[in-house]
Each structure stands twice: as C-alpha cells, then as structure tokens.
Design a protein. Structure first.
Length: 348
C-alpha cells in the first residue's frame, strides 16, 4: 500500500523550508517582542505576552534538529544523541501545552472582563496559577523519565522524538494527558473567543472626539476605552490564529482515538493508509503548525500594537546606523593603515 513506500525526498526538502522560516524569522521576531514587553509597564496581559514570547522563541529555536533530519532522508542526525532527543522531546511537549494554557488564560480573562466590566482580576493569583501549571508540566515530563518509566525515541514518521512508556498502560495514560492539555482546551478557547467577538460587536470602539467643550476626564476615559478595545481585538486575533493552527491537531487526535477504541481497526487503518497521512500528518499537526503559530504571534503584535511597531522600526534604524558607522570606521582605519605603509621611511 502507499503508506509502506518511503516519503518523497522532494517533499521532505519542501517541508523543511517552513521550518527554516520559523527559525530565521520567528526567533528574532519573538526575541524582539520579548525585549519590548519586558520594558513595558507590567499588567496581566503584559506578563502573559512575555511568557508567550519566550515560549514561542524556544519553540522556533527547537526546529534545528528537524530541519537536519528532513534534509538527510529522515535519518536521526542530531536526534541520534539521546540527550538531544530527550531535550527536544521535552521542549516540544512543554511548549505546546504551555502555549495553549497561555492562550486560554488570555482569552478567558479578556472575555470575563468584557462580560463583567467591573470585575477585578487579581494579577498575582493568575500568575501563580500559570507558574504552578508550568511546574506541573515540567514534572509530568521529567519525573517519568528519571524513574525509567518513559524514554524518548526518534520516529521517522513524525521526524521528532516522542516519549514512549515502558508499559502500554503508561503510554495510554500519558497520551490522554497530552490530549487533555493540548487538544481539548480548544473548546473553551473558542467559546471565549466567540463571547469576546459578540461583546466587541455590540460595543464598538468609541470615536475620537475633538470638540473643544469636552472635559479632560471624558477624553481620558474615551482614550482608555479605545486602548482596551484595541487590546481585545489583538487577543481575539491571537486566539483565532491559535484555533486555525491547532484544529488539525484536534482532528488527528480524534482519528487516533477512533482507531484505539475500535475493535476492528489497527493503526494505521483506516485513516493513515495514504502516504500523506502516514508520513506527514503528525509532523504537520504536532510540530510544524505549532511552530507557525509561534511565528505568527509577533506578526500579530506588529500589526496591532502601534507602540511595538514604532519601537521595532526605531530599533532597526538605530541598528542599521550603528552597523554603517562600524563599517565606515573600519574602512577608514584600513585606509589610514594603507596610507602609512606607503609613506617613505623618513616620513613615518
């Protein structure tokens, strides 16, 4: 059957290019977003943006072994090292679950404020929950590895390292935890996104007033409402991007659950018998789409947050001027050195 034949070499090379874009563009983009949000006044959304930018930067950085394997016929290459395999396997699972949780917190807290405008959300309490969840995710991955209950192995079908339990019971339990932490949150996230869209549609952004008779306090209030409206749209866009890139993963998990709970089918039948589904579906949904999601987040920031856009432009211009100055200084020093060498000995 078609899934038994190896994947196309050209297809693997083509698949590597989106990963290269995530590495070359995503890492510096998320790094710039991280630096920008670190300089801002710290409120709950800013803290979550900081964590999201750091998580996305690590995500895009972890694609280097994947690119190497795709270019060398899906051989392990860098994954040959058990340390690299385990580290990358832990990172991909951690960042996927943690990224989903950050989107969930952003979306739910924003929709809650829109539904109940006078509700106060405690930033320390929310951050405590986020940190506690992050610690739980680390323990979930590291403890079984240290106890010898799980080991990370490279699979050519996914072009990545995934943990395999020593027993079938542990493997099933671990996979269910992955489904709960990565796939299922798409439902509350989608609901909160719909609620936010309805609230924004019912209460459009207030117009900027220029009347001389307006009081200063009213103008300040109107400006704050406009900022909150723009922030809400930004979070909605981030949520929609997350849904688009993670919905295929949910569908993949549904297909897998149907096979696992069926008494008449054995993997890869019946959904993964084509070459595309067998060799590419898991890599696309479990790895590439997650990296593309991490790549898109700083682009959303750039399009929606005016101060971030101006900061990036200003930083880029300053960096360009510094590079030009260094090149000119180096060129002048070379010219002066050359001129000194051509002077007569009596004049030196």
């Amino acid at each position: 059957m078609s899934f038994e034949t190896p994947p196309h070499r050209a297809g693997d090379i083509l698949l590597s290019f989106p990963y290269i874009v995530c590495l070359v563009v995503g890492v510096p983009a998320n790094c710039s977003a991280l630096v920008y949000f670190m300089r801002k006044k710290r409120d709950l959304p800013t803290y979550l943006y900081i964590l999201s930018s750091l998580n996305d930067m690590i995500t895009n950085l972890s694609v280097i072994p994947v690119i190497a394997s795709l270019w060398y016929g899906r051989d392990p290459v860098l994954f040959e090292s058990s340390a690299v395999c385990s580290l990358c396997g832990i990172l991909i699972k951690l960042q996927a679950s943690f990224s989903v949780f950050l989107v969930l917190v952003l979306s739910v807290t924003r929709s809650a404020v829109l539904v109940r405008p006078f509700m106060e959300i405690s930033t320390p309490r929310v951050l405590s929950v986020v940190v506690a969840y992050g610690v739980y995710l680390v323990l979930q991955q590291v403890v079984p590895l240290l106890m010898g209950e799980a080991v990370f192995v490279y699979t050519s079908t996914e072009v990545y390292c995934w943990d395999e339990g020593r027993t079938s019971l542990f493997s099933t339990f671990d996979l269910w935890l992955d489904i709960i932490s990565v796939a299922l949150p798409i439902f509350p996230i989608t609901i909160s996104c719909i609620v936010s869209c309805i609230c924004v549609w019912r209460a459009p952004c207030p117009n900027r007033s220029h009347g001389n008779g307006q009081k200063v306090q009213q103008e300040l209030t109107s400006e704050m409402d406009r900022c909150k409206h723009k922030a809400t749209i930004t979070i909605i866009l981030m949520t929609i991007v997350y849904i688009l890139f993670n919905l295929p993963l949910l569908l993949n998990y549904i297909f897998w659950l149907v096979i696992e709970t069926s008494s008449k089918w054995v993997y890869p039948h019946p959904f993964y018998t084509t070459k595309f589904m067998f060799w590419y579906s898991w890599n696309l949904t479990d790895c590439l789409f997650i990296n593309l999601n991490s790549l898109m987040n700083p682009l959303v920031y750039f399009m929606r947050i005016e101060n971030y856009k101006n900061w990036v432009r200003h930083s880029t211009i300053n960096m360009r001027d510094k590079v030009v100055s260094l090149v000119l200084i180096h060129q002048i020093s070379i010219n002066d050195s050359g001129a000194q060498n051509h002077l007569p000995i009596s004049e030196q």
